[in-house]
Design a protein around this ligand. Sequence first.
Ligand SMILES: [Zn+2]
Length: 252
Amino acid sequence: MLFVLSFIFGAIVGSFLNVCIFRIPAGKSIAYPPSHCPKCDSPIRGYDNIPIISYLILMGKCRNCKERISFRYPLVEFLTALFSLATMIMFGPSVAYLIYFAFVASLIVITFIDLDHQIIPDIISLPGIPLGFLASFVLPEITYKESLIGIVIGGGLLLLVAIGYEFIAKKEGMGGGDVKLLAMIGAFLGWKGALFTIFSGSLVGTIVGVTMMVAQGKDSKYAIPFGPFLSMGALLYLFFGEPIIYWYLGII
Ligand SMILES: [Zn+2]
């Protein structure tokens, strides 16, 4: 029952995350106006705004003008629902569930905004740093020292990499947004989580980057945003960090 509720709760939150992903980069209010069709402007009625289900009933089209609705909406709702469920399985009905689910939800928003616009909005990552630090005082999973060192290592290490890259390549590689994001991840997951996120995010990012370069020819101009890979690394650590670390230490 708890798992079903957490899934439904996640889907509803996911519906709100869609609004954030769409409106934050455009500098619009996330509270007003209520959801409306981007094509015909007709307001979306309550019964057409049920996460995942409404998309299926309407078969992906606006009820009024039949304009196609992006598959992204139910996808984000479903993803958020799954992560809510996973967080509930991991932490049970607790403060830890609420905090970590909020953290995961912010990573989902950051990932899709970064994919769309190649930016990581400060409005999410910057408040995330002190919030993550404050959370460490109530979370049994992490001490405030681990969180503080996580902020310094996460932000600091990536800042060094960014400066080093700019110095060698004479062009800007990593955005300041990535630095702030990793500081936020360090605040929530501690320094071990920050290091794990840098390594796993860079590893997956490099594999995907090289694959895309091979597929598109050598001088590919498409910059790949790093935010989604950092988010992926952070999620990997949150849900599977310890088993992966033990497995890794076991094979070397
Ligand atoms: Zn419409």
